[in-house]
Design a protein. Structure first.
Length: 239
């Protein structure tokens, strides 16, 4: 039987005009690893005969356990879904439900270079991966983060800052052309691992770009379950 953790919002941080991080209490026996996501349900989602899926979303956890808070970072536009309209009304002290914790993008320690490719708020998924690497660089040659946001509202720049001592470098782009030019350059590192997080269209564009440069599917990590990965890798190149 699925366990539902009801927990309290401790604080809400405005990262930008549209992006918020909700910091939650960690319930007993709730655990996660870097790169994990959880399903969040809002009040009323499980009332009635069937769950109200409009009040449920799966969202990445943007903190690591030793920060002693669960961070959920998300973009809430003026025009948004039922879930985000409801979430926007939530205040400190309100409760939300968490369930079905899973990780599709664990940190691969294979003595290779790792590239983190993200769009906008997608860097929230990579924040705990970056923190985990910065605390322990074992069996990883180096990590480089490249984030694109045409609004220039880059988030978590305190974490995504170059640290040469720990072989961690960062780059930000506000132009699609500039971003994909840089991805092609990174893909010349043929034996590396590429993590990609963003919209479905962003994932497909990155996969096609990397494949054209000779990067194998096994080197590309997506925040998707295996059954979903299959669909994303069905490209013209593989047809």
């Amino acid at each position: 039987m699925m366990h539902i953790y009801w927990t309290k919002i401790n604080r809400i941080v405005d990262e930008t005009d549209e992006i918020k991080t909700y910091y939650l209490d960690i319930p007993d026996k709730f655990s996660w690893e870097e790169g994990a996501f959880t399903h969040m349900g809002l009040k009323g989602f499980n009332e009635g005969e069937k769950p109200n899926r409009g009040l449920v979303r799966h969202l990445s956890i943007s903190t690591v356990p030793n920060e002693q808070e669960i961070g959920i970072t998300t973009r809430i536009r003026q025009e948004c879904s039922e879930f985000k309209q409801s979430l926007r009304q939530h205040k400190v002290g309100d409760k939300v439900a968490l369930f079905k914790i899973h990780c599709n993008v664990p940190l691969r320690r294979e003595n290779k270079n790792i590239y983190l490719l993200s769009a906008g708020v997608g860097s929230a998924t990579f924040r705990p991966i970056a923190l985990q690497y910065l605390s322990d660089q074992s069996h990883i040659n180096k990590v480089h983060s490249l984030n694109i946001d045409t609004s220039r509202d880059f988030i978590f720049t305190d974490v995504f800052t170059t640290n040469t001592d720990k072989r961690f470098t960062t780059d930000f782009s506000s132009s699609r052309d500039d971003y994909y030019h840089k991805v092609k350059q990174l893909a010349q590192d043929k034996d590396s691992i590429f993590y990609v997080v963003g919209s479905d269209e962003f994932l497909k564009d990155n996969i096609e770009c990397l494949q054209r440069e000779g990067i194998a599917n096994e080197q590309i990590m997506l925040d998707k379950r295996e059954s979903q990965r299959v669909e994303f890798f069905r490209t013209k190149q593989n047809a």
